[in-house]
Write a protein that binds this ligand. Structure first.
Ligand SMILES: Cc1cc2nc3c(=O)[nH]c(=O)nc-3n(C[C@H](O)[C@H](O)[C@H](O)COP(=O)(O)O)c2cc1C
Length: 165
């Protein structure tokens, strides 16, 4: 039997789990246009081979476009990049119009000033209810200093300093 969990309740409870805010971007093969979307589901999956995963709603209009590129760059946004999150999670016909970016080593748009970036190649897509679970192999990656942008209880914020142990 499938438990009936009300969707608003699901969102509220799962909102207690803080997530990073990651821009998944590609150069679209048909138009050479930079394109992207924001995911809060990005995570490390495997060390050897180096794999990452994220999930995308079936309703996303961006994913069918991004997946045609195959090669993606995931930019882990920093705390000062709320505007980038807004631009890439919206429905603007030119999402990167006001987002500064450079080509990553793998040839995808890397958001300038991102906390970290991961070039990756899509290797699997699995059914995950109303989402698709995307698995991608890492081809290059690097990170810098600074504070990540965090999504928690429906709001964007920062990460407070680690507690002493
Ligand atoms: C903080 C945050 C996290 C999000 N996480 C996801 C996600 O994990 N998967 C997803 O499909 N959409 C996620 N979204 C929504 C998409 O970024 C975006 O709004 C949607 O893809 C835009 O619609 P489009 O795909 O039709 O362009 C998230 C949005 C925000 C602001």
């Amino acid at each position: 039997m499938t438990a009936m969990i009300e969707q608003t309740h699901y969102r509220t409870v799962m909102g207690h789990l803080p997530t990073g805010v990651v821009a998944v971007s590609a150069i679209l093969p048909d138009t050479a246009q930079p394109w992207g979307m924001i995911v809060g589901t990005f995570q490390s999956l495997s060390l050897g081979p180096a794999l990452v995963s994220f999930s995308v709603a079936h309703t996303s209009t961006s994913w069918p476009r991004l997946r045609t590129a195959g090669q993606l760059c995931a930019s882990v946004l920093g705390v000062g990049q709320k505007d980038v999150c807004k631009a890439l999670s919206g429905k603007n016909p030119d999402k990167f119009a006001y987002v500064d970016w450079r080509l990553s080593p793998g040839g995808s748009p890397r958001v300038t000033g991102a906390h970290a970036w991961i070039d990756c190649q899509v290797v699997h897509e699995f059914d995950g209810g109303d989402h698709v679970i995307v698995v991608a192999e890492v081809t290059a990656m690097d990170g810098g200093d600074g504070e990540p942008l965090v999504f928690h209880k429906g709001q964007l914020g920062g990460y407070r300093q680690p507690i002493a142990v």
